[in-house]
Write a protein that binds this ligand. Sequence first.
Ligand SMILES: C[S@@+](CC[C@H](N)C(=O)[O-])C[C@H]1O[C@@H](n2cnc3c(N)ncnc32)[C@H](O)[C@@H]1O
Length: 328
Amino acid sequence: MNTPAMASLRFDDHQPTLSNLHDEVISGLNQRPRAIQPKFFYDETGSRLFDAICETPEYYPTRTEIAILANNINEISDHIGTDCLLIEPGSGSSQKVRVLLEAIRPHTYMPIDISGDHLLTVAKELLIEHPEINVHASCIDYTAPINLPAYPENLRRVAFFPGSSIGNFKPHQAVSFLSNIAAMVHPDGGLLIGVDLKKDPSILNAAYNDTEGITADFNKNLLTRINRELNADFDRQQFEHRAFYNAAKGRIEMHLISRIDQTVHIDGQRFNFSAGENIHTENSYKYSIDEFKALACQAGFEPVRVWTDPAQLFSVHYFRCAAAAASS
Ligand SMILES: C[S@@+](CC[C@H](N)C(=O)[O-])C[C@H]1O[C@@H](n2cnc3c(N)ncnc32)[C@H](O)[C@@H]1O
């Protein structure tokens, strides 16, 4: 095994600028229905609140996905192999990769996240826990094409995309995101991806409406962030968290609903909200196993294996590049 003598920590900072946040928020609030991209949830507080959501009894995806990874670790590591470049877009607290690292022993782990301070803290922790693995962290917005920082060219590349973050994209956007990932891991790489399954809507609705109100706090933290970073005056008390399963579209929708007629100022601009008007803040699409396989195939992947939990709440798929599948 080609273990580096002394592993390194690298941090590349391409965090979106304040003007990105400003322009996207203003344009999202000027469109109808109003919408703000979920990537803006994740300042340092947002990253911490997401971790707290994962601990709530209602939020089954995290513990279910971790159990699937742990229960099938031998088979998963057989597919991934050792000594690869393991790339994780949207790595957050890198909680799930910790289940894999011991077995896979990648040459380099490359966490990618938009939440820069949190990413750097986690990268340092990982290097202490695994001094034998290089950690090259990149603060990048993965909705734009990802330009990987320099790395040894001979490493096989495998992408890890857990948390059903793929569900935050509309299906056609998911195909284009996965096509970028396929190009990144081409020709002999793979993709290990966690995908939340369609199920009884009462389970889904509970997961996004925890009784402690942490998901509501996470949703409203967007307003706090905009107030702080864009000199705005949203009153959090006058917006309500609403999340529900839209069966026709196969997705959870998350919104902030204005409780009253009100005017909000952002950087000197006025935005009028009528009572009941919404800001759409997140989608989380749910897929059957076959629906997701079909979507990944459109992006240039070939299904290899899928694992689920006994209650069929969540799925973890392994795909390889279609060209590699055809030539092997
Ligand atoms: C739902 S959390 C999932 C975290 C982790 N992968 C897991 O499974 O628990 C989404 C993560 O992706 C990051 N993220 C969201 N949008 C992003 C974007 N456009 N570019 C890069 N990172 C993003 C967030 O900061 C957050 O850490």
